[in-house]
Design a protein around this ligand. Sequence first.
Ligand SMILES: CC(C)(COP(=O)(O)OP(=O)(O)OC[C@H]1O[C@@H](n2cnc3c(N)ncnc32)[C@H](O)[C@@H]1OP(=O)(O)O)[C@@H](O)C(=O)NCCC(=O)NCCS
Length: 160
Amino acid sequence: MMPDIIKTPADSAVETRYLVMPGHANAFGTAFGGAIISWIDMVAAMAAQKHCGREVVTAGIDSVAFESPIRIGDQVVLLACVNYVSRTSMEVGVKVISEHAATGKRITATRAFLTFVAVDENHRPVAAPLLTPVTDNEQRRWKNAALRVKSRKELRQKTT
Ligand SMILES: CC(C)(COP(=O)(O)OP(=O)(O)OC[C@H]1O[C@@H](n2cnc3c(N)ncnc32)[C@H](O)[C@@H]1OP(=O)(O)O)[C@@H](O)C(=O)NCCC(=O)NCCS
């Protein structure tokens, strides 16, 4: 049965911020990929949870592109929003922006796409609320996500 609640991506968008400390860094003094991925998973989960109003699980961290290094002392801003909802699963996109504390200069450092599945009390998949993209950006993200979701499903079917 499909739920009758319809929400927009903006309704569940989440923004959060961290300060990169030496404990988050690799041997080269830049942020360790694993630390960034853990922040990405967290902020994306919050957006998915907010969209569903219930528990979600990470089904896949589908792609992470580290486009620019992040240095110790930088602040990182993470922006997450639900791009697309299938039935029980949804794609969440995360943009990670590094911000230099002194100059305020901002660079998009990392982009990621993740799949979350809404689950019931027994941790079984359950239908997620419908998503209505409203703005041009939301509609573009929806269209692009639909292509990625289709190709991931096809790949899973062919390779499992
Ligand atoms: C994710 C999970 C709930 C899917 O359960 P399942 O029994 O395979 O469920 P289904 O086959 O009915 O698939 C449910 C949805 O998940 C999607 N899905 C399943 N495996 C997936 C994967 N590897 N990647 C992306 N989506 C996946 C399906 O496409 C389906 O989407 P739809 O309903 O929108 O069409 C289950 O595999 C699980 O619990 N995994 C562990 C999650 C976890 O521990 N995460 C880390 C901590 S949160």
